[in-house]
Design a protein around this ligand. Structure first.
Ligand code: COA
Length: 206
């Protein structure tokens, strides 16, 4: 993505149902639309932890204006004719770069309005974010999804993410408890060493 023509102009993507959307990086002018999409998905109380995003439009505008584009990418999907934003998806440095030991990790999250689901848009956005993360030098991409969210699980597993673990009954949905599934994919060329056996245990330290 970095340096590609679409970054300035956007990329037109045809969905499985025949509709087209324009994928492009979000800028400050998209603040209200991004909040609208996240809050609409959050209000469903089924798919993402956020129910109502705490930022105001003005705060989100500043956030998007100040975003370090070399380490973070937010994409929006826009209807070409009606110009409405129908989805946003972000690849952000893990915990906003707060922990240098994890600065090689990029977290991915996606919110698509109900009107535009199940037509390949999520896969299109996530695959571009994964490609971008590898291109800018991240070693690993990660995502957290609810076990009950079959679409999201299939999407990430289909892109080569592996299930790394589950936080059992971590999420309480209107229908009951569900696990929080941690998914990850190493995209860097440098081989990881993993954790040598015997290191984990009492006294291993943090
Ligand atoms: C989850 C989400 C991003 C998926 O995007 P999408 O555009 O709806 O899904 P896609 O059409 O790209 O399909 C993704 C996978 O789900 C599968 N899928 C789609 N609809 C499905 C359904 N009703 N039941 C089971 N699987 C389904 C697809 O077959 C595909 O899997 P495959 O590649 O193995 O065939 C989108 O639905 C969404 O934003 N949902 C609300 C927010 C959310 O759940 N975010 C995820 C947390 S990061």
């Amino acid at each position: 993505m970095a340096g590609r023509a679409w970054e300035a102009e956007g990329e037109r993507v045809r969905l499985r149902d025949g509709r087209a959307v324009l994928l492009r990086p979000a800028g400050p002018r998209d603040a209200a639309a991004v909040l609208r999409v996240i809050n609409a998905v959050g209000a469903e109380r089924q798919y993402i932890l956020t129910e109502r995003f705490p930022a105001s439009v003005a705060e989100e505008r500043v956030f998007l204006a100040r975003l370090d584009r070399s380490r973070n990418l937010m994409l929006v999907a826009q209807e070409p004719d009606r110009a409405g934003v129908v989805a946003c998806a972000a690849a952000m440095q893990f915990m906003s770069g707060r922990y240098p030991k994890c600065n090689h990790v990029c977290s991915i999250g996606i919110s698509i309005l109900a009107s535009h689901r199940e037509s390949g848009l999520g896969t299109a956005m996530a695959s571009r974010l994964v490609e971008w993360a590898a291109l800018v030098g991240y070693h690993k991409v990660e995502a957290e999804v609810f076990a009950a969210n079959v679409r999201a699980l299939r999407l990430f597993l289909g892109l080569g993410f592996q299930e790394e673990g589950r936080r059992i009954d971590h999420v309480h949905l209107p229908d009951g408890y569900t696990d929080l599934v941690m998914l990850g994919k190493v995209v860097g060329v440098e081989a990881g060493s993993g954790t040598p056996s015997g290191v984990v245990g009492p006294g291993a330290g943090n």
